[in-house]
Design a protein around this ligand. Structure first.
Ligand code: ADP
Ligand code: MG
Length: 284
C-alpha cells in the first residue's frame, strides 16, 4: 500500500448551537491514507456521525463548524478544501469523490421502487450522458460485486433481507467509483454472521478497487478485524489513533481499554486479533 494522503482533517470542530451548546466535535485532526481502512470508534453520542457529516459538509443548522478544515487530495493532484466548495461543486464532489453509507441506510430505500431502478437513479443524476444499456449493465455489475447478484435488479426492498439491503446501499455508494467511502455503522443492525460477511466483502473490494474507507462503529472489537488504523473518539475528541494491532495489543488510553472489553468480539477464526474465541463460540 502506498502512503499517499487522501484526506487531511485539521483542527476540526463542530458545535450544535442549542441551549446549552453541544461541542460535538472538538479539534479533530487526522490524515487518511489512500487505500486505507480507518476505523472510527467510540460510544454512542461521542460525535462520530457529526464528524463524518462535517467533513462532507452535510451538517445542517443548528450545527456550526467552528474551526478547522477538511482537504481532499484528489487523484488528479488537485487539493480540494471541502469547506470552500459552493453548492454546485459540493454536489459534484459527493458520490463522485466521496460517498457515504448512512446510519440506518438500509431502511431508507424507497419501498415502491425496484433495487435496479434506485441504483440507476445514481447514474441518471450524476452521469446523465451515460447510455441506457451501459447504465443497466453497470447496475447489474454492481449488484454482482457486492454479492447480491444481478438477478435481484427487479426486486423490491422488502423482498431482500437486511443484509442484502445493506449490500445494495454499499453498491450505491460504490457506483461512481469514489476514492473514499464513509460508512456509518453499516452493519450494526445485522446479525453477527452477516456482519462478518459484509466486512470481508468491504475489505476485499477495497483491495481490488483501491478506495479508502472510514468505517464508523461503536463496536471497537469489530473494527480490529477490518481496519488498518483506528481512531478512538471520546466526547468529541480523538483520544487515541494507532494501527489496529497496537490498539489491540497495547492500548494507551483507559477509555480504549474499556471499549475493547465492553463487547464480545464477533468471530473466532481470524485468530490473531481475537481473544478467547472459544467463549465467542459458546456465546452464539
Ligand atoms: N441536531 C442536533 N442538535 C443538538 N445536538 C445534537 C444534534 N445531533 C447530535 N447532537 C449531539 O451531538 C453529540 C454527538 O452526536 P453524534 O455525532 O450523533 O454521535 P455518535 O454518532 O457518535 O453517536 C451528541 O451529544 C448528540 O446528542
Ligand atoms: Mg452516529
Amino acid at each position: 500500500m502506498t502512503t499517499e494522503t487522501l484526506l487531511t482533517v485539521s483542527d476540526f470542530s463542530v458545535v450544535y448551537d442549542v441551549d446549552p451548546p453541544v461541542e460535538a466535535v472538538r479539534h479533530v485532526s487526522l490524515a487518511l491514507e489512500r487505500g486505507e481502512i480507518l476505523g472510527l470508534a467510540g460510544e454512542s453520542g461521542c460525535g462520530k456521525t457529526t464528524l463524518a457529516y462535517g467533513i462532507q459538509r452535510l451538517l445542517k443548522p443548528p450545527a456550526v463548524i467552528t474551526s478547522g478544515h477538511a482537504v481532499f487530495h484528489d487523484e488528479s493532484g488537485e487539493d480540494i478544501d471541502i469547506n470552500a466548495l459552493d453548492a454546485a461543486q459540493m454536489r459534484a464532489f459527493r458520490w463522485d469523490k466521496v460517498s457515504m453509507v448512512f446510519q440506518g441506510a438500509m431502511n431508507a430505500l424507497n419501498p415502491v421502487a425496484t433495487i435496479g431502478r434506485q441504483l440507476e437513479d445514481v447514474f441518471t443524476t450524476h452521469r446523465p450522458r451515460m447510455p441506457k444499456g451501459e447504465r443497466r449493465e453497470e447496475c447489474a455489475r454492481l449488484l454482482d460485486i457486492v454479492g447480491v447478484g444481478r438477478d435481484r435488479l427487479r426486486s423490491y426492498p422488502h423482498e431482500l433481507s437486511g443484509g442484502m439491503r445493506q449490500r445494495v446501499m454499499i453498491a450505491m455508494a460504490m457506483a461512481l467509483r469514489p476514492q473514499l467511502m464513509i460508512m456509518d455503522e453499516p452493519t450494526t443492525a445485522l446479525d453477527v454472521l452477516v456482519q462478518r460477511e459484509i466486512l470481508e466483502q468491504i475489505s476485499d473490494l477495497r483491495t481490488k478497487l483501491g478506495f479508502s474507507v472510514i468505517f464508523i462503529t461503536h463496536d471497537l472489537p469489530l473494527l480490529l478485524e477490518i481496519s488498518d488504523r483506528i481512531a478512538v473518539m471520546k466526547d468529541g475528541a480523538i483520544v487515541e489513533l494507532d494501527t489496529a494491532l497496537n490498539i489491540y495489543s497495547d492500548p494507551q488510553h483507559e477509555y480504549t481499554r474499556r471499549l475493547l472489553s465492553s463487547f464480545p468480539s464477533l468471530t473466532g477464526e481470524r485468530g490473531d486479533f481475537v481473544r478467547g474465541s472459544e467463549t465467542q463460540e459458546a456465546a452464539r
